[in-house]
Design a protein around this ligand. Structure first.
Ligand code: ADP
Ligand code: MG
Length: 376
Protein backbone atom coordinates (compact mmCIF):
# COMPACT_ATOMS: atom_id res chain seq x y z
CA UNK A 1 0.00 0.00 0.00
CA UNK A 2 1.36 3.45 -0.85
CA UNK A 3 0.75 6.71 1.03
CA UNK A 4 -2.20 7.72 -1.16
CA UNK A 5 -3.94 4.38 -0.67
CA UNK A 6 -3.18 4.47 3.05
CA UNK A 7 -4.72 7.95 3.28
CA UNK A 8 -7.90 6.87 1.48
CA UNK A 9 -8.22 3.76 3.61
CA UNK A 10 -7.61 5.52 6.92
CA UNK A 11 -9.58 8.71 6.34
CA UNK A 12 -12.08 7.80 3.57
CA UNK A 13 -11.12 10.96 1.69
CA UNK A 14 -8.65 12.36 -0.83
CA UNK A 15 -5.55 14.16 0.50
CA UNK A 16 -4.72 17.73 -0.48
CA UNK A 17 -1.40 16.51 -1.85
CA UNK A 18 1.64 14.26 -1.52
CA UNK A 19 4.98 15.43 -0.19
CA UNK A 20 8.21 13.42 -0.29
CA UNK A 21 11.54 13.64 1.50
CA UNK A 22 14.51 11.34 0.87
CA UNK A 23 16.80 9.28 3.02
CA UNK A 24 20.49 10.07 2.54
CA UNK A 25 23.92 8.63 2.45
CA UNK A 26 26.78 10.69 3.66
CA UNK A 27 29.53 10.48 1.04
CA UNK A 28 32.11 11.58 3.57
CA UNK A 29 32.32 13.56 6.84
CA UNK A 30 31.22 11.32 9.71
CA UNK A 31 30.55 12.69 13.21
CA UNK A 32 31.87 16.04 12.04
CA UNK A 33 28.45 17.73 12.12
CA UNK A 34 28.26 18.16 15.88
CA UNK A 35 31.85 19.39 15.86
CA UNK A 36 30.77 22.36 13.69
CA UNK A 37 32.62 20.76 10.78
CA UNK A 38 31.93 19.68 7.19
CA UNK A 39 29.72 16.99 5.69
CA UNK A 40 28.96 15.90 2.13
CA UNK A 41 25.73 13.89 1.89
CA UNK A 42 23.56 13.17 -1.12
CA UNK A 43 19.88 12.24 -1.24
CA UNK A 44 18.84 8.68 -1.95
CA UNK A 45 16.21 7.78 -4.52
CA UNK A 46 14.54 6.05 -1.55
CA UNK A 47 12.14 8.43 0.17
CA UNK A 48 9.28 8.87 2.59
CA UNK A 49 5.97 10.05 1.19
CA UNK A 50 3.37 11.87 3.29
CA UNK A 51 -0.18 12.14 1.98
CA UNK A 52 -1.69 15.06 3.85
CA UNK A 53 -5.14 16.61 4.09
CA UNK A 54 -6.81 19.19 6.32
CA UNK A 55 -8.21 18.64 9.82
CA UNK A 56 -9.76 21.01 12.37
CA UNK A 57 -7.36 23.51 13.98
CA UNK A 58 -5.20 21.99 16.73
CA UNK A 59 -5.87 18.37 15.68
CA UNK A 60 -3.40 16.04 14.02
CA UNK A 61 -3.71 12.35 13.13
CA UNK A 62 -0.97 10.25 11.58
CA UNK A 63 -0.86 6.68 10.30
CA UNK A 64 1.97 4.76 8.64
CA UNK A 65 2.10 1.70 6.42
CA UNK A 66 4.69 0.45 8.92
CA UNK A 67 2.28 0.64 11.86
CA UNK A 68 -1.11 -0.82 12.77
CA UNK A 69 -2.68 2.11 14.51
CA UNK A 70 -3.24 5.76 13.72
CA UNK A 71 -2.16 8.22 16.43
CA UNK A 72 -4.07 11.43 17.19
CA UNK A 73 -2.78 14.36 19.20
CA UNK A 74 -3.41 18.04 19.87
CA UNK A 75 -0.91 20.63 21.07
CA UNK A 76 1.67 18.63 23.02
CA UNK A 77 4.94 19.06 24.87
CA UNK A 78 7.99 16.75 24.51
CA UNK A 79 7.31 13.40 26.13
CA UNK A 80 3.56 13.38 25.55
CA UNK A 81 3.60 11.52 22.23
CA UNK A 82 6.12 8.67 22.25
CA UNK A 83 7.20 5.99 19.77
CA UNK A 84 7.27 6.54 16.03
CA UNK A 85 4.58 9.27 16.06
CA UNK A 86 6.88 11.42 18.24
CA UNK A 87 8.82 12.32 15.06
CA UNK A 88 5.60 13.82 13.66
CA UNK A 89 4.36 15.40 16.90
CA UNK A 90 7.88 16.79 17.30
CA UNK A 91 7.70 18.58 13.96
CA UNK A 92 4.34 20.13 14.89
CA UNK A 93 5.78 21.13 18.27
CA UNK A 94 8.93 22.67 16.77
CA UNK A 95 6.87 24.69 14.28
CA UNK A 96 4.57 25.96 17.02
CA UNK A 97 7.57 26.80 19.23
CA UNK A 98 8.97 28.87 16.35
CA UNK A 99 5.73 30.87 16.32
CA UNK A 100 4.01 29.32 13.31
CA UNK A 101 0.28 28.80 13.00
CA UNK A 102 0.45 25.11 12.09
CA UNK A 103 -2.63 23.82 10.27
CA UNK A 104 -4.44 20.78 11.67
CA UNK A 105 -3.80 17.80 9.42
CA UNK A 106 -4.50 14.18 8.66
CA UNK A 107 -1.36 12.41 7.52
CA UNK A 108 -0.59 9.01 5.99
CA UNK A 109 3.04 7.91 5.69
CA UNK A 110 4.74 5.38 3.46
CA UNK A 111 8.47 4.90 2.92
CA UNK A 112 10.97 2.83 1.03
CA UNK A 113 13.88 4.09 3.16
CA UNK A 114 14.97 1.14 5.32
CA UNK A 115 14.21 1.97 8.96
CA UNK A 116 17.07 2.05 11.45
CA UNK A 117 19.82 1.31 8.89
CA UNK A 118 21.67 4.60 9.11
CA UNK A 119 20.03 5.98 5.94
CA UNK A 120 18.04 8.44 8.00
CA UNK A 121 14.46 7.33 7.74
CA UNK A 122 13.83 9.49 10.81
CA UNK A 123 14.89 12.69 9.02
CA UNK A 124 12.94 11.62 5.92
CA UNK A 125 9.83 11.28 8.08
CA UNK A 126 10.35 14.64 9.79
CA UNK A 127 11.20 16.42 6.55
CA UNK A 128 8.24 15.07 4.58
CA UNK A 129 5.80 16.13 7.31
CA UNK A 130 7.50 19.49 7.83
CA UNK A 131 7.43 20.31 4.11
CA UNK A 132 3.77 19.31 3.87
CA UNK A 133 2.69 21.40 6.85
CA UNK A 134 4.65 24.43 5.66
CA UNK A 135 3.05 24.22 2.18
CA UNK A 136 -0.43 23.42 3.44
CA UNK A 137 -0.44 26.24 5.97
CA UNK A 138 1.38 28.70 3.72
CA UNK A 139 3.91 29.15 6.55
CA UNK A 140 6.73 31.63 6.11
CA UNK A 141 9.69 29.34 6.72
CA UNK A 142 12.58 29.68 4.25
CA UNK A 143 14.12 26.40 3.19
CA UNK A 144 17.46 27.17 4.86
CA UNK A 145 15.75 27.38 8.27
CA UNK A 146 13.85 24.12 7.97
CA UNK A 147 16.61 21.61 8.83
CA UNK A 148 17.24 23.28 12.19
CA UNK A 149 13.55 22.97 13.03
CA UNK A 150 13.36 19.31 12.05
CA UNK A 151 16.51 18.72 14.10
CA UNK A 152 14.85 20.33 17.14
CA UNK A 153 11.97 17.88 16.72
CA UNK A 154 14.41 14.95 16.83
CA UNK A 155 16.67 16.36 19.58
CA UNK A 156 14.16 17.86 21.95
CA UNK A 157 10.90 16.03 21.25
CA UNK A 158 12.07 12.52 20.31
CA UNK A 159 15.13 12.87 22.52
CA UNK A 160 17.77 11.70 20.02
CA UNK A 161 20.88 13.94 20.22
CA UNK A 162 21.71 13.98 16.50
CA UNK A 163 23.51 16.69 14.52
CA UNK A 164 22.22 18.78 11.63
CA UNK A 165 23.43 16.44 8.85
CA UNK A 166 20.37 14.25 8.30
CA UNK A 167 17.69 16.91 8.12
CA UNK A 168 19.88 19.20 5.99
CA UNK A 169 20.42 16.38 3.50
CA UNK A 170 16.78 15.40 3.30
CA UNK A 171 15.60 18.99 2.84
CA UNK A 172 18.39 20.71 0.89
CA UNK A 173 19.93 18.09 -1.42
CA UNK A 174 19.50 18.45 -5.19
CA UNK A 175 19.30 15.77 -7.84
CA UNK A 176 22.69 14.96 -9.38
CA UNK A 177 24.53 16.82 -6.62
CA UNK A 178 26.14 16.21 -3.27
CA UNK A 179 25.49 18.82 -0.58
CA UNK A 180 28.63 20.41 0.86
CA UNK A 181 27.43 21.74 4.21
CA UNK A 182 29.30 23.83 6.74
CA UNK A 183 27.65 22.74 9.97
CA UNK A 184 28.68 25.95 11.74
CA UNK A 185 27.36 28.57 9.31
CA UNK A 186 24.79 26.25 7.64
CA UNK A 187 26.14 27.53 4.34
CA UNK A 188 25.75 25.03 1.52
CA UNK A 189 27.26 24.47 -1.89
CA UNK A 190 25.72 22.11 -4.41
CA UNK A 191 28.56 19.95 -5.75
CA UNK A 192 27.93 18.22 -9.10
CA UNK A 193 27.95 14.48 -8.50
CA UNK A 194 27.06 12.81 -11.75
CA UNK A 195 28.34 9.28 -11.47
CA UNK A 196 26.67 7.83 -14.53
CA UNK A 197 28.45 10.25 -16.88
CA UNK A 198 31.76 8.67 -15.82
CA UNK A 199 30.51 5.08 -15.87
CA UNK A 200 30.60 4.97 -12.08
CA UNK A 201 28.09 4.03 -9.40
CA UNK A 202 27.77 4.11 -5.67
CA UNK A 203 26.85 0.72 -4.29
CA UNK A 204 25.08 0.91 -0.93
CA UNK A 205 25.55 -2.25 1.10
CA UNK A 206 23.29 -2.60 4.13
CA UNK A 207 25.22 -4.78 6.56
CA UNK A 208 21.93 -5.78 8.22
CA UNK A 209 23.98 -6.06 11.40
CA UNK A 210 21.86 -5.38 14.48
CA UNK A 211 22.50 -1.89 15.87
CA UNK A 212 24.06 -2.12 19.30
CA UNK A 213 24.60 0.50 22.01
CA UNK A 214 24.04 3.22 19.41
CA UNK A 215 22.68 5.95 21.69
CA UNK A 216 25.19 5.42 24.49
CA UNK A 217 28.20 5.20 22.19
CA UNK A 218 27.06 8.21 20.17
CA UNK A 219 26.68 10.22 23.35
CA UNK A 220 30.12 9.13 24.57
CA UNK A 221 31.76 10.22 21.28
CA UNK A 222 30.05 13.60 21.47
CA UNK A 223 31.10 14.10 25.04
CA UNK A 224 34.69 13.18 24.27
CA UNK A 225 34.81 15.68 21.40
CA UNK A 226 33.27 18.47 23.47
CA UNK A 227 35.63 17.79 26.35
CA UNK A 228 38.63 17.84 23.98
CA UNK A 229 37.52 21.16 22.50
CA UNK A 230 37.23 22.58 26.03
CA UNK A 231 40.74 21.42 26.97
CA UNK A 232 42.13 22.81 23.72
CA UNK A 233 40.35 26.11 24.28
CA UNK A 234 38.41 26.18 21.01
CA UNK A 235 34.63 26.47 20.47
CA UNK A 236 34.59 23.15 18.58
CA UNK A 237 37.05 20.67 17.05
CA UNK A 238 36.33 22.29 13.70
CA UNK A 239 38.65 25.04 14.84
CA UNK A 240 41.67 22.72 14.87
CA UNK A 241 43.19 22.54 11.38
CA UNK A 242 45.16 19.63 10.00
CA UNK A 243 48.36 21.69 10.36
CA UNK A 244 47.61 22.22 14.09
CA UNK A 245 46.74 18.59 14.77
CA UNK A 246 50.08 17.39 16.16
CA UNK A 247 50.28 20.33 18.56
CA UNK A 248 46.74 19.72 19.71
CA UNK A 249 47.35 16.02 20.27
CA UNK A 250 50.43 16.79 22.33
CA UNK A 251 48.24 18.79 24.69
CA UNK A 252 45.84 15.91 25.40
CA UNK A 253 46.74 13.31 28.02
CA UNK A 254 44.06 10.81 27.26
CA UNK A 255 44.97 8.32 24.52
CA UNK A 256 41.35 7.61 23.59
CA UNK A 257 40.55 11.31 23.38
CA UNK A 258 43.59 11.85 21.15
CA UNK A 259 42.26 9.30 18.69
CA UNK A 260 38.77 10.82 18.70
CA UNK A 261 40.25 14.24 17.93
CA UNK A 262 42.46 12.84 15.19
CA UNK A 263 39.42 11.35 13.48
CA UNK A 264 37.44 14.58 13.50
CA UNK A 265 40.30 16.81 12.36
CA UNK A 266 41.46 14.50 9.57
CA UNK A 267 37.87 13.80 8.52
CA UNK A 268 37.15 17.51 8.04
CA UNK A 269 40.26 17.69 5.83
CA UNK A 270 39.09 14.67 3.84
CA UNK A 271 35.72 16.33 3.20
CA UNK A 272 37.47 19.44 1.88
CA UNK A 273 39.77 17.32 -0.30
CA UNK A 274 36.80 15.36 -1.65
CA UNK A 275 34.94 18.56 -2.49
CA UNK A 276 38.05 19.83 -4.29
CA UNK A 277 38.28 16.70 -6.44
CA UNK A 278 34.56 16.69 -7.26
CA UNK A 279 34.67 20.37 -8.24
CA UNK A 280 37.43 19.38 -10.69
CA UNK A 281 35.32 16.49 -12.02
CA UNK A 282 37.76 13.92 -10.62
CA UNK A 283 35.22 11.50 -9.20
CA UNK A 284 37.21 8.28 -9.33
CA UNK A 285 40.04 9.98 -7.46
CA UNK A 286 37.95 10.40 -4.29
CA UNK A 287 38.18 6.64 -3.70
CA UNK A 288 41.28 6.69 -1.46
CA UNK A 289 39.73 9.44 0.67
CA UNK A 290 36.64 7.29 1.26
CA UNK A 291 38.79 4.35 2.27
CA UNK A 292 40.95 6.50 4.54
CA UNK A 293 37.78 7.80 6.18
CA UNK A 294 36.76 4.24 6.92
CA UNK A 295 40.11 3.38 8.47
CA UNK A 296 39.80 6.45 10.67
CA UNK A 297 36.29 5.49 11.81
CA UNK A 298 37.46 1.95 12.49
CA UNK A 299 40.74 2.66 14.28
CA UNK A 300 40.41 6.14 15.77
CA UNK A 301 36.70 6.77 16.29
CA UNK A 302 35.91 3.07 16.85
CA UNK A 303 32.38 3.13 15.49
CA UNK A 304 32.45 0.22 13.03
CA UNK A 305 31.52 -3.41 13.55
CA UNK A 306 32.92 -6.61 12.03
CA UNK A 307 30.22 -6.93 9.34
CA UNK A 308 30.80 -3.35 8.21
CA UNK A 309 34.59 -3.76 8.07
CA UNK A 310 34.17 -6.98 6.12
CA UNK A 311 31.91 -5.31 3.55
CA UNK A 312 34.47 -2.53 3.04
CA UNK A 313 37.45 -4.87 2.75
CA UNK A 314 35.60 -7.20 0.39
CA UNK A 315 34.33 -4.39 -1.85
CA UNK A 316 37.89 -3.03 -2.13
CA UNK A 317 39.28 -6.47 -2.93
CA UNK A 318 36.58 -6.81 -5.62
CA UNK A 319 37.79 -3.64 -7.32
CA UNK A 320 35.97 -0.74 -5.66
CA UNK A 321 37.86 2.59 -5.96
CA UNK A 322 37.01 3.34 -2.35
CA UNK A 323 34.61 2.20 0.35
CA UNK A 324 33.50 3.35 3.77
CA UNK A 325 30.83 2.99 6.36
CA UNK A 326 28.22 5.74 6.07
CA UNK A 327 26.09 7.00 8.95
CA UNK A 328 26.57 7.09 12.68
CA UNK A 329 27.96 3.58 12.98
CA UNK A 330 27.61 0.44 15.10
CA UNK A 331 25.99 -1.37 12.19
CA UNK A 332 24.24 0.25 9.25
CA UNK A 333 25.44 0.71 5.69
CA UNK A 334 28.63 0.84 3.64
CA UNK A 335 29.04 2.72 0.38
CA UNK A 336 31.47 1.69 -2.32
CA UNK A 337 32.52 3.69 -5.39
CA UNK A 338 32.62 1.25 -8.27
CA UNK A 339 32.49 0.96 -12.05
CA UNK A 340 28.77 0.82 -12.79
CA UNK A 341 29.11 -2.51 -14.57
CA UNK A 342 30.80 -4.10 -11.52
CA UNK A 343 27.81 -3.88 -9.17
CA UNK A 344 26.87 -7.53 -9.50
CA UNK A 345 30.46 -8.73 -9.05
CA UNK A 346 31.05 -6.62 -5.93
CA UNK A 347 27.67 -7.56 -4.46
CA UNK A 348 28.33 -11.27 -5.02
CA UNK A 349 31.74 -10.98 -3.37
CA UNK A 350 30.28 -9.36 -0.25
CA UNK A 351 27.44 -11.91 -0.10
CA UNK A 352 29.98 -14.72 -0.34
CA UNK A 353 32.16 -13.24 2.40
CA UNK A 354 29.13 -12.84 4.69
CA UNK A 355 28.01 -16.41 4.01
CA UNK A 356 31.47 -17.72 4.90
CA UNK A 357 31.41 -15.82 8.19
CA UNK A 358 27.88 -16.94 9.00
CA UNK A 359 26.50 -13.37 9.04
CA UNK A 360 22.94 -12.37 8.11
CA UNK A 361 23.07 -11.73 4.34
CA UNK A 362 23.67 -8.10 3.30
CA UNK A 363 21.38 -6.13 0.99
CA UNK A 364 23.03 -4.10 -1.78
CA UNK A 365 21.79 -1.72 -4.45
CA UNK A 366 23.22 1.06 -6.60
CA UNK A 367 22.07 4.63 -6.05
CA UNK A 368 22.24 7.99 -7.76
CA UNK A 369 21.87 11.41 -6.13
CA UNK A 370 18.14 12.13 -5.94
CA UNK A 371 16.13 15.29 -5.18
CA UNK A 372 15.49 16.77 -1.74
CA UNK A 373 12.14 17.28 -0.05
CA UNK A 374 9.23 18.67 -2.03
CA UNK A 375 5.67 18.35 -3.21
CA UNK A 376 5.02 15.56 -5.72
P1 ADP B 1 17.39 5.84 10.80
O1 ADP B 1 17.08 7.30 10.83
O2 ADP B 1 18.83 5.55 10.57
O3 ADP B 1 16.53 5.07 9.85
P2 ADP B 1 16.40 6.06 13.48
O4 ADP B 1 16.44 5.15 14.64
O5 ADP B 1 16.96 7.41 13.62
O6 ADP B 1 17.08 5.28 12.26
O7 ADP B 1 14.90 6.26 13.02
C1 ADP B 1 14.06 5.13 12.79
C2 ADP B 1 12.74 5.36 13.48
O8 ADP B 1 11.99 6.39 12.78
C3 ADP B 1 11.83 4.16 13.41
O9 ADP B 1 12.09 3.26 14.45
C4 ADP B 1 10.44 4.79 13.54
O10 ADP B 1 10.17 5.12 14.89
C5 ADP B 1 10.62 6.10 12.78
N1 ADP B 1 10.19 5.97 11.38
C6 ADP B 1 10.95 6.22 10.30
N2 ADP B 1 10.25 6.04 9.15
C7 ADP B 1 9.02 5.67 9.53
C8 ADP B 1 7.81 5.32 8.81
N3 ADP B 1 7.76 5.31 7.48
N4 ADP B 1 6.72 4.97 9.54
C9 ADP B 1 6.76 4.97 10.87
N5 ADP B 1 7.84 5.29 11.60
C10 ADP B 1 8.97 5.64 10.95
MG1 MG C 1 17.80 8.72 12.22
Amino acid sequence: MNALEAFRKQYGAEPSGLWAAPGRVNLIGEHTDYNDGFVLPFALPQRTVAAVGPAPAGEWTVCSTFQDEAISFGHTEPGEVTGWAAYVAGVVWALVEAGHNVPGARIAIDSDVPLGSGLSSSAALESSVLTALVDLGGLDLPVEQRPRLAQRAENEYVGAPTGILDQSASIRCREGHALFLDCRSYEVEQIPFDLAAQGLAILVINSNAPHQHVDGEYGARRKSCEEAARILGVPALRDITGAQLDDALARLDDEVMRRRVRHIVTEDDRVLATVGLLRAGQVREIGPLLTASHASMRDDFEITVTQVDLAVDTALAAGAYGARMTGGGFGGCVLALIDADRADVVTAAVEEAYAQSGFTPPTAWTVTAGPGAGKL
